[in-house]
Each structure stands twice: as C-alpha cells, then as structure tokens.
Design a protein around this ligand. Structure first.
Ligand code: XCC
Ligand code: SF4
Length: 657
C-alpha cells in the first residue's frame, strides 16, 4: 500500500507534512527560526531501528543481544535457542507489563490518597461525590443500605486494595464483567489475581529460560493487561471521581490560544489529578492573584496538556493547550511562565526547549525527575507548598519576560465530560436513566455501532491527521465514537466535539445526536478513563439485545497514532475483553509468524477480541466498520448499507457550521 508507506516514511520535513494542528505548525516554523529542535526534527533525523520496530531482537541476557532476520523469521534462533515467536511474545509481554504498571501505579497513588482522606489524616482533599462512592461500593457487593458513608468508605478502601496486593482469587472489579466474558476468562485462566502479582509474574516468565511458549506467554499478557483495564485504571477513574467529582458535560476551549499574553500562564502536564486539583486551588488564592496583579498581570491562567489536561477538561472545563506532540511546541510561544509535570509522557526534550525560552520547568513527583528541570516535590499532605511555589515562580518569570511572545490565535470550543454515568442519564433521562435507548438505537440501526478511538500522537505520523480522518469516516457511517486521551484533543481541535458536528454524521447517528443534543463524538477523559468504555460496554451487554458477552457487541477500538507502552497494555486489555482493536503507526511484530497469527486471529477463536493493524485512516475505518457489520450480522440486526467516504463537501459543511 504505497499511501500507507508514505505516511510513515516521509521524512516529515515540510511543516504541512508534520501536523494538521495549525498552532503546532506555526510553532514549528518559529522554532526553526529560533534554531530550536523539537521532537519532529529528532524523528526526521533518526530513522526507527528496523529490527526493533519489528520486535525481532532480544536483549534479555548477555549471551545476546540476538537479532533475528524478519525476512526469514524461522531461519535462525537466539543463542539460548529462543524462536522468533518466543522473542516477540516476550517483548510484547514486557510492553504490556510496563504499560500496566504505569496505569496501576497511578491508580495506586489515587488509592493512597483515598485511604488518607478516609482515615482523616488528609484534610486537604475531601469526598466530593458521595453518591459515586456508594455506587462503586454497591457494584462490588459491599453493603450500603443504612450504613454510614465512613463505614462504606473503609470497606471500599480495603476491597480496592486487593486490586493490587491480592495473591490469589479474582480482582474486585471482576464482579462487573459480563458473566459470559468472565466465564471465558476463567476457562482460559486469565482472570487477574492482583496487579502486583500479574506484573511480577509477567516479568519473571519473560526472563531468559522461563516461559518459552508464545501461547502461554500470551495468556499471562492477557491476565496482566486485564489487571490494568479492570484493575488499576478502573480504580484510578473511580477513586478520582469519588474525590474530585464525576464528570458531566462541560464546555471547554482547546488549542494554543488558551494562553493569555497579559496573564501569568501556567501549564500542568502529566497524568495524576491531585497535582492539578491543588493547582486549581493555588491559582484561585486571593494572595497569589494579588501578587500576579502587582507584577503587572491581569490574572493567573491555568491550562492543561496531555492526559491530566484531558481529565481536568472533562471534569472542570479547564482549557487544554494540546496533546503529546505539542508539549515542546507550546513552549516556543514564549508565553508559558511555568510548566509543572508529574508522571508519564513527559519528554526529556522539554528541559532543553524550556531553557531556550526561559520557562521554568518543574518536576513534582518522586517517581519522575528530569536532569535540567527543578524538582519541587508534591506531597498530598501539604499540596499547596508545591503548587503555590510554582505559581510564585511563574509570577517572577512573568515579571522578567524578555523574549518576544507569539501565541497562535486559534481556539476551538467543544463539549467534554461524558462519563459512563452521564451517558446513562443523557440517553435515558433522569427518571429512567439507562442504556436501553443506546441499545435500541443500535438494534434499529440508527447507530451502526460504537468505536473507541484513543491514544497518543506520534511524531512518526502527521499529528492529528489519522485521528481526525478516521473519526470523520466512522461518524459518517453512523458509528458513535468515544474518545479519550490525546485522541480526544485531536478531535476537539478539529471541532468535532460539538453538537453541531452532528451534521457530519450519517443520517441515523445525526438524528440521534440532534434528538439528544449531543456531539457524534464523546470525550470521556484521560487514558485511565478508557475504563469508562469497559464499564459502558458491560452495561450494553447487561441491558440486553446485543448478545451475551463484550465480544458479541458491534464495537471496535483504535489507537491510530499510538506511541506508548501504555497503549499496548490498553489494546491488549480491550482485546482480552472481547474488542477488535486496530493500531496505526506500526505494529511491533514480524509478518507471517505464529505469534502474530495468534494476536490477529487466534484470540478471537478463543472467545476474546483480536488485534488489527493499518496505518492509513481509511483502511482503519474499513476494518472497524467491517467488524461492526460482522457482529451485527451475527446478532441478526444487519441491514445492507454502503460504506460512505468523507468528501470535500463534508469538510465545507463543518466549516460553515
Ligand atoms: Fe501519553 Fe496520556 Fe498517549 Fe497522550 S494518550 S501520549 S499515553 S498522554 Ni494517554
Ligand atoms: Fe539471545 Fe536467548 Fe539471551 Fe535473548 S535470552 S539475548 S534470545 S540468548
């Protein structure tokens, strides 16, 4: 597929080939003028290692590293005798373990804070959503009737801790899994016990000389990934909702014009909401606002990026400046007076760019220091000490601004914050909140199916382009799209997170959107909030009419511009939950191997989902829609229809709207 290849292999030298984000494009041009290097330039000057890209090497011991030949995958084995399938399965399993550990460690930090709030040792945070606490407790069979909130909270903490530490049995949220799906997992022996145990076993099994059957390694990869989706990530989402409030639709601005030239601009970028929540308190402190005004600023402007930004946008409507590949570019504006980061997806390259534009960069989390950045440790028990200090330092930087400022004058407004609970309410109304209307609209064909489009942006592909083209085609074909993470920001920038974007959807989906007043693409929050998609899928099964397991549903997932190991963990837990999941960019496997066949076909025959791959957005859409149609047919709710391609007229319709 020549078009496919072009997207990946173009040297990405001209700005219009690098991104469709006009603000990022403007900043790339300015950075070139200023002689500052960004991730796009580094990607262009360093080809991806072809052997690593196909996962055809192993460095698990010092008899190697051993390199296989992807043109002749069975032509040789490693010094220990490991075959290409063992090598690829081990590498894949370790990516799943790394991604799972990221989400579950994040979830554990939320649980640590919850414990301290519940036992009264932390009074800086409170339980903002007691109803959610009761709902979560009830969902895992903790008695709630007639009990005090404190008692239920104590039990909930003890129960959820098992998600991590339990050595035997099933993690608590296994109770939420549709029975037939759970039965399949039990049969395959992949119900997670506790995340720590699964990650440990995954690492052990993939060491030299342990598990050397790709099928058995894949089972543990499923089990580990499920400890993420139904474990660490789900705990993170639920506890964050309990502590900070469950999202409901909120209007929010995206793009770089959320920076304000005359204000003190502070960006928070990373993943854990506690830092961001405390920063909201700090920027609203009358003393600090007065200090900002004394320094000549009109006020203090707090903005998010990446996943903590997506989460704060969904929960509080905090403006969002851009996704993963824009985090260096935003510093090029010269308008950022401080950037505070915590964990995950924080490019080390930020330190250099921040230095060039005299923006103080602060690391705040004990797990993430960066050489060249200043560390101000964030402590849940005294959160203001860190966030107030960042504000003070930002005010100083504002006062001493010496470089010219150039803020791309582009901003878009959209609606975000579609939690699982809100979708329930939105479709069913407050008196009969339920997923029945969604299922009915799928059964009657107005909605063809549901797609989750998630994940990162990646400087190896044109930023936002694959996300936006894919989603346009999905909604045009009446597929309702759920978004999280950096994908959500790409679509928000492209104006698709608005009710008006219903005009771009097919006739069935646009009718539903217009009736309910919702956008055809629903932003759910950060990457850990992919757990909201799992909860929604379970509810669709429970509501009835669409089969007995998640694997029966006319749904599909995609991470078209992924880059992180976390995306692999997410993909694997969707696949293990029964979802067909298509990745773009590249897939770390050698073609024509048994392990690839297992991931792309075999798992589906075991009652799970399966993986797919394509780099071209229209091909990804074709694969997803074909799968949705296959599931509709199996459910007996298919009717023939053509796949519709997006044309220029559609683009003009949106511009006009
Ligand atoms: Fe990171 Fe979560 Fe990927 Fe974005 S989507 S690049 S993982 S910030 Ni999570
Ligand atoms: Fe080579 Fe085997 Fe060692 Fe891997 S574990 S580096 S394949 S000898």
């Amino acid at each position: 597929m020549p078009e496919d290849k072009k997207i990946i292999e173009s040297k990405l030298l001209s700005v219009k080939d690098i991104t469709i984000c006009d603000a990022t494009a403007q900043m790339i041009t300015k950075a070139r003028r200023d002689g500052v290097e960004l991730c796009f330039d580094r990607a262009a000057s360093m080809k991806p290692c072809p052997i690593g890209a196909e996962s055809a090497c192993c460095k698990h011991c010092s008899m190697g590293p051993c390199r296989m030949n992807s043109k002749d995958p069975y032509g040789k084995v490693g010094v220990c005798g490991a075959t290409i399938d063992t090598i690829m399965a081990r590498n894949f399993g370790r990516m799943v373990a790394a991604g799972t550990s990221a989400h579950t460690d994040h979830g554990m930090a939320m649980l640590d804070l919850f414990r301290e709030v519940v036992n009264g040792r932390n009074t800086d945070y409170t339980i903002k959503d007691p109803q959610k606490l009761l709902d979560v407790a009830a969902s895992i069979d903790i008695p709630v009737e007639g009990r005090s909130l404190q008692d239920v909270a104590n039990d909930l903490y003890a129960e959820l801790e098992r998600t991590y530490t339990q050595v035997n049995g099933e993690i608590p949220f296994a109770k939420r899994v549709p029975p037939k799906t759970l039965e399949t997992w039990r049969k395959l022996g992949i119900v997670p016990r506790g995340a720590m145990r699964e990650i440990m076993e995954m690492m052990h099994r993939t060491a030299i000389g342990v598990d050397q059957h790709y099928e058995n390694i894949t089972k543990q990869a499923c089990r580990t990934a499920l400890a993420d989706g139904w474990g660490g990530s789900m705990v993170s989402t639920e506890i964050s909702d309990i502590l900070y409030g469950t999202p409901s639709p909120v209007v929010a601005d995206v793009y770089m014009d959320v920076l304000k030239e005359k204000q003190v601009n502070i960006i928070i970028h990373g993943h854990e909401p506690n830092l961001f929540e405390s920063m909201i308190a700090s920027v609203n402190s009358p003393t600090l606002i007065a200090a900002a005004k004394a320094a000549g600023a009109e006020g203090i402007n707090l903005v998010g990026m990446c996943c903590s930004g997506a989460e704060m946008m969904a929960r509080h409507g905090i403006p969002h400046a851009g996704n993963f590949t824009s985090t260096e570019a935003i510093l090029v504006t010269g308008a950022v007076d401080a950037m505070g980061v915590d964990i995950q997806c924080i490019k080390q390259g930020l330190a250099k760019v921040a230095e060039c534009y005299k923006t103080p960069l602060f690391t705040t989390n004990t797990r993430c220091h960066i050489e060249g950045a200043e560390h101000i440790e964030f402590d849940d028990h005294n959160p203001a000490a860190c966030t107030d200090e960042i504000v003070i330092r930002a005010i100083t930087r504002f006062k001493n601004r010496s470089l010219p400022i150039e803020i791309p004058r582009i901003v878009n407004t959209g609606v975000h914050g579609f939690s699982y609970e809100y979708i329930n309410y939105m479709l069913g109304g407050s008196f009969r909140g339920s997923y029945t209307p969604l299922n009915e609209n799928i059964i009657n064909g107005r909605i063809r199916g549901v797609a989750g489009v998630v994940g990162c942006t990646n400087p190896r592909v044109k930023q936002d382009y694959v996300h936006v083209e894919l989603v346009r085609e999905l909604i045009k074909n009446d597929v309702l799209v759920l978004l999280t993470g950096c994908a959500q920001i790409a679509l928000a920038k492209a104006s698709l997170c608005t009710p008006e974007a219903a005009c771009l959807a097919g006739p069935g989906l646009s009718e539903v959107c217009e009736t309910v007043g919702m956008p055809p693409v629903l932003g759910l929050g950060s990457c850990v909030d992919n757990s909201r998609i799992l909860t929604a899928a379970s509810e669709m099964v429970r509501t009835g009419g669409l089969g007995n397991s998640i694997a029966d549903l006319p749904v599909a997932g995609a991470a078209p511009e992924w880059m992180s190991e976390k995306a692999i963990a997410i993909g694997q837990y969707f696949v293990a939950s029964g979802v067909y999941t298509v990745f773009g960019v590249t897939f770390p496997l050698v073609d024509n191997t048994k392990f690839k066949k297992l991931l792309f076909e075999g798992l589906e025959q075991q009652g799970l989902g399966k993986w797919g791959y394509a780099s071209d957005p229209h091909e990804i859409a074709r694969l997803m829609i074909a799968h949705i149609d296959k599931k509709r047919k199996a459910l007996g709710i298919d009717k023939t229809r053509e796949r519709i391609l997006v044309d220029m007229a559609d683009r003009r319709t949106l511009d006009a709207a």
